[in-house]
Design a protein around this ligand. Structure first.
Ligand SMILES: [Fe+2]
Ligand SMILES: [Fe+2]
Length: 164
């Protein structure tokens, strides 16, 4: 099914994350010399996009999906994925992952995204009315934009600090 326009911002971010997973997969087994660079990129991707994406899903998308009885267990599973994945993103930030860890991580992240795209999004598009989807889209837009603003401001503020 064609992706509903209200879910496209999340789908676009899924494409970015999937591209990273594919690159990790193609480069596997990762060389020891490259482990730090991969983890730096993964941590950066979390900071600039995935952290905000997870929060928008947890605050807006999952509560909307939970209202449908048949999606409750899927949402539970997706939330458990977020917990597992957040821990790995944090470990990447601490440069604490092995080549094997990174390959398991990439598989779990791509599996998580596939579940959201093929099961959650598909079903939501069938279950929700156009008006409900539009409301969901608005909520997501606010969550994604507010988070971006909150993330950007401290950096801008830091840049404006007078030199000592
Ligand atoms: Fe997710
Ligand atoms: Fe997602």
């Amino acid at each position: 099914m064609l992706r509903d326009q209200n879910l496209i911002p999340l789908s676009r971010q899924h494409q970015h994350a999937l591209a990273l997973c594919v690159r990790i997969d193609r480069a596997s087994p990762l060389r020891d010399a490259d482990l730090a660079a991969w983890q730096k990129e993964i941590a950066e991707h979390f900071r600039t996009e995935i952290g905000i994406h997870f929060a928008a899903e947890e605050q807006v998308l999952f509560p909307a999906a939970r209202r449908f009885e048949e999606l409750v267990s899927l949402v539970e599973e997706l939330l458990a994925d977020h917990v597992w994945l957040r821990r790995r993103f944090a470990r990447a930030g601490a440069c604490d992952m092995s080549a094997k860890d990174l390959s398991v991580f990439a598989q779990r992240l791509s599996g998580h995204i596939r579940k959201e795209e093929r099961q959650l999004f598909e079903r939501l598009q069938q279950l929700m009315t156009p008006a409900e989807l539009a409301g969901l889209g608005k909520g997501l837009e606010t969550a994604l934009n507010d988070a971006v603003r909150t993330c950007i401001l401290p950096t801008a503020a830091t840049k404006l600090q007078p030199r000592e």
